[in-house]
Ligand binder design. Structure first.
Ligand code: BES
Ligand code: MN
Ligand code: ZN
Length: 465
């Protein structure tokens, strides 16, 4: 997104209008003659209301944007209002939006809505290419620029998830990661031979049925050489989830199963873009969960990297398997001060929270609290689920140390309970993004399909803790 300094001759000026009473706009003090609009009573300045007007003089096109009541304003309402304006402008194929009001949430609202996944469309949809600021301060400009830079990470995550599974395989994820390397960013891609040598047998087991090779991708982002703090971010990278031999009956959306990996990569895009002064270690276990004669089988027992043995009682609970090895290996190798994993782990989180909320599970209240604070600021909502010891009984196995699925009930929690076994005493939080990463339909400022959830949340967490 380009940033320009605006003029009254611009293509489309957004004029935010507040209400002074119930459905009564406050038209005073504007540089434009809006008497005709006022007389028509067509515009009430209700929240998110949009009306294009074409004044005879002063400006080419005004987008009157209803803001509701000023006393009730929140950042999220700014996001929604400006997202609505952005979509209206996109429908008119407007390329430059001119603003007279600035805050971070306004920039976010525009950026959130200004996205279309058109890789496979012959005709591309029209998007805003520049935002032009009337009488902005250098601080306003810097804030806008920073938001748009962070969104490069959000869009990267969305695009990776939306691509065909065959266009975003483990090798593609690895190639994307490798392109991020730079002065303070080292990237390692560990292949199948390395996985065998090191004993990441759970990741190898899941990958057995696939014609594409698995990998463990590592990114060492070192933005603060002086600090010993190191946040390990682990992202589930199942590039397609058929369920394996416990074959799914519905798998139309299962290219989304690498959304955790995409968010982790998007986070590094954003961190690099703004030169974030933090240390982050990204670990991505990646594979397909495919079905073939070579598939891993229900009833089999595998020895994890950590040494714990795991009975596979459902080949469709593959995410926790590959994450377990990644968590245990990363924890041992990097000794991070804390760990956050993001994974489209369970359908259960959709049962609990629909597509509105990410499930948060953690062994550390302070860490969970900081993530909830970032969640409130970004409106990437999370809500905690408990990991009581008693839930461990649900994963008891007769032939191994633990099983990966267990009897019915507490589906999302069992995922968290399983992962908890592989992080030792390191403060850790698990984000189950199965509901929030990929939407059935367009919602407010979020597109149908991939949302890029997690990028803004973790950026905010790292920037503002
Ligand atoms: N990738 C799925 C979870 C999922 C569901 C992601 C819906 C996105 C939308 C995961 O691997 C899975 O299959 N989970 C199973 C676990 C069960 C077999 C224990 C589930 O939730 O049904
Ligand atoms: Mn699965
Ligand atoms: Zn899965």
């Amino acid at each position: 997104m380009k940033l320009l300094s605006g003029s009254l001759n611009d293509d489309c000026i957004i004029l935010p209008l507040w209400q002074k009473g119930e459905h009564t706009p406050d038209f005073k003090d504007k540089n434009f003659d809006l008497r005709a609009v006022q007389a028509s009573k067509d515009f009430k300045a209700d929240e998110g209301e949009v009306l294009f007007v074409y004044p005879e003089k002063g400006a080419k096109r005004l987008l009157l944007l209803g803001m509701g009541k000023k006393e009730e304003m929140t950042p999220e309402r700014y996001r929604r209002a400006y997202a609505t304006a952005t979509k209206a402008a996109n429908s008119k194929k407007i390329k430059t939006l001119t603003l007279m009001d600035y805050n971070k949430a306004i920039a976010e609202g525009i950026a959130l809505a200004n996205y279309a996944f058109d890789t496979y469309k012959t005709e591309k949809r029209s998007l805003i290419e520049a935002v032009s600021l009337l009488k902005a301060t250098p601080k306003n400009l810097a804030e806008f620029a920073r938001v748009f830079t962070v969104f490069e990470g959000v869009y990267a995550a969305r695009n990776m998830v939306n691509l065909n599974a065959d266009d975003m395989t483990p090798a593609h994820l690895a190639a994307f990661a490798e392109k991020l390397s730079g002065p303070h960013i080292k990237v390692h891609v560990h292949d199948k031979i390395w996985l065998k040598k090191k004993g990441l047998n759970l990741l190898l087991a899941v990958s057995k049925g696939s014609v594409v090779d698995p990998a463990l991708i590592v990114i060492e982002y070192r933005g603060d050489a002086k600090s010993k703090e190191n946040t390990m971010v682990v992202g589930k990278g199942v590039t397609y989830d058929t369920g394996g031999l416990n074959l799914k009956t519905e798998m139309g959306d299962m290219k989304c199963d690498m959304a955790g990996a995409a968010a982790a990569l998007g986070l590094i895009v954003a961190a690099k873009g703004v030169a974030l002064k933090k240390n982050i270690t990204v670990i991505i276990p990646t594979t397909e969960n495919a079905i073939s004669g070579a598939s891993y089988k229900q009833g089999d027992v595998y020895t994890s990297y950590l040494g714990k043995t795991v009975e596979i009682d459902n080949t469709d609970a593959e995410g926790r398997l590959i994450l377990a090895d990644a968590l245990a290996w990363g924890n041992k190798e990097y000794k991070p001060t804390r760990i956050i994993d993001m994974a489209t782990l369970t359908g259960g989180v959709v049962v609990a929270f629909a597509e509105e909320v990410t499930g948060l599970m953690s062994n550390d209240e302070a860490l969970a609290g900081k993530i909830q604070t970032a969640s409130a600021r970004t409106f990437e909502r999370v809500w905690p689920l408990p990991l009581y010891d008693e839930f461990k009984d649900l994963l008891k196995s007769d032939i191994a140390d633990i099983k990966n699925c267990g009897s019915k009930g507490a589906s999302s929690i069992k995922g968290g309970i399983f992962l908890k076994e592989f992080v030792g005493d390191t403060p850790w939080a698990h984000l189950d993004i199965a509901g929030t990463a990929y939407l059935d339909g367009e919602k407010r400022y979020l597109p149908k399909g991939a949302t890029g959830v997690g990028v803004r949340l973790l950026m905010d967490f790292l920037e503002n803790e």
